[in-house]
Design a protein around this ligand. Sequence first.
Ligand SMILES: Nc1ncnc2c1ncn2[C@@H]1O[C@H](COP(=O)(O)OP(=O)(O)OP(=O)(O)O)[C@@H](O)[C@H]1O
Ligand SMILES: [Mg+2]
Length: 443
Amino acid sequence: MGQAMKIAIVDDEKDMRQSISQWLALSGFDTETFGSAEDALKALGPEFPGVVVSDIKMPGMDGMQFLKRLMSVDSALPVIMITGHGDVPMAVEAMRVGAYDFLEKPFNPDKMTELAKKAANNRRLTLDNRALRRELSDGTGLMKKLIGSSPQMERLREDILDLGQADGHILIDGETGTGKTLVAHSLHAVGPNPSRAFVIHSCAGVEEDVLAQRLFGPLDEGGRLPLIEEARGGTLVLEDVDALSHTLQGRLLTWIDEQGSPPETRIIAISNLQEQGKSCEDVLRPDLYYRLASMKLTLPPLRTRGEDILTLFSRFAEGFADEYGCEAPDVSAQEAAQLLQAPWPGNIRQLINIAERAVLQSRRGTGTIASLLMTDAQEIAPTMTTEGKPLKEYVEAFERMLIDNTMRRHRGAIVQVMDELCLPRRTLNEKMAKYGLQRADYL
Ligand SMILES: Nc1ncnc2c1ncn2[C@@H]1O[C@H](COP(=O)(O)OP(=O)(O)OP(=O)(O)O)[C@@H](O)[C@H]1O
Ligand SMILES: [Mg+2]
């Protein structure tokens, strides 16, 4: 059971609370007893790492009022109520208010243990989940890998937290390299069962019967479990879902329907049809499409993410510079404009690649970012134009990047940054506020 979960036992009858406590302690729980709801309330906070077992009939605050108070402190706290024999209406009311379950007196101690274990498990998942969610929204963990502060990225983060926590299937569409696979990982990580299986498989370029067997079984010669079994209870990511044949789509549909709702195994279907100007809606059977696309995420192409392009470039360049033990190249205003204007058909993957080559180039002291962009795609305008975007946007994005890089290099030492950029303190402060840059992030 890992670290022992706590059980708070609340009963005005001493014998009763002690016998429950002894019994549950034998099953490995860390028990604590309270003679009244009032006493218990003082000890139970919103992050209580365990389960509450409470009698309903008690002098002073009764079990029902106690339950209501607990629910307002933490509505996900599992509370097991003990009701008098035949007290069905009371039990029903307790469940309505949010009790986890109830036990009728006299109860079988094994049943109590079993219920407590289930409730403790449920509690552990809730707390893990909250911790993960906090961690992710704090910017550590997987979500930290998602760089960018453009409105599109902010919305994507929110969507990931929301959809990840919901329990339906999800469809992700977006051009190649926009982060679909990374987002699928993040969705699983913020979801209700991050410790369960995460299985990822591509439906493209495989013969139909081979794919059918891999997905649905029976076991292949290697004795590998079919993917739907391997992923059971967790997440099954189907990359290139649009490559599924009509027959396999039908089998997938049947399997989805057999699971009922909420599904035991969540499917995250991925396609990049958008890139070809098509939609999964045009290619998948409508019945399957609607089951998968009940929640849909479309990842924005890099070229529409504005200043994120420069942020991503700087971050990745710094990362590679660290790796290769050299300095990250300085990005001139002209190069920044070129990065902002490039069409980025390979999106973030392409940008990572260019950042790496730019670092290697600057280590050798040759070449420009422009030439890298040029060799990557001929269609990039060789001269700087402001077509499509107002000049102001480029200037601001560049300014933001310069301040960000300089702050980073000087680890937030304001005076050095002021000197280097020839900016008075007030102007620097104003600009940092304008671009959402905080000194604390650089220290
Ligand atoms: N917002 C982001 N911040 C930082 N890195 C990112 C971001 N989005 C994607 N990446 C990185 O970009 C690369 C490409 O992302 P990913 O593989 O998820 O794209 P994809 O859409 O699945 O591509 P494909 O269609 O080719 O499968 C990965 O290295 C990923 O970690
Ligand atoms: Mg991918």
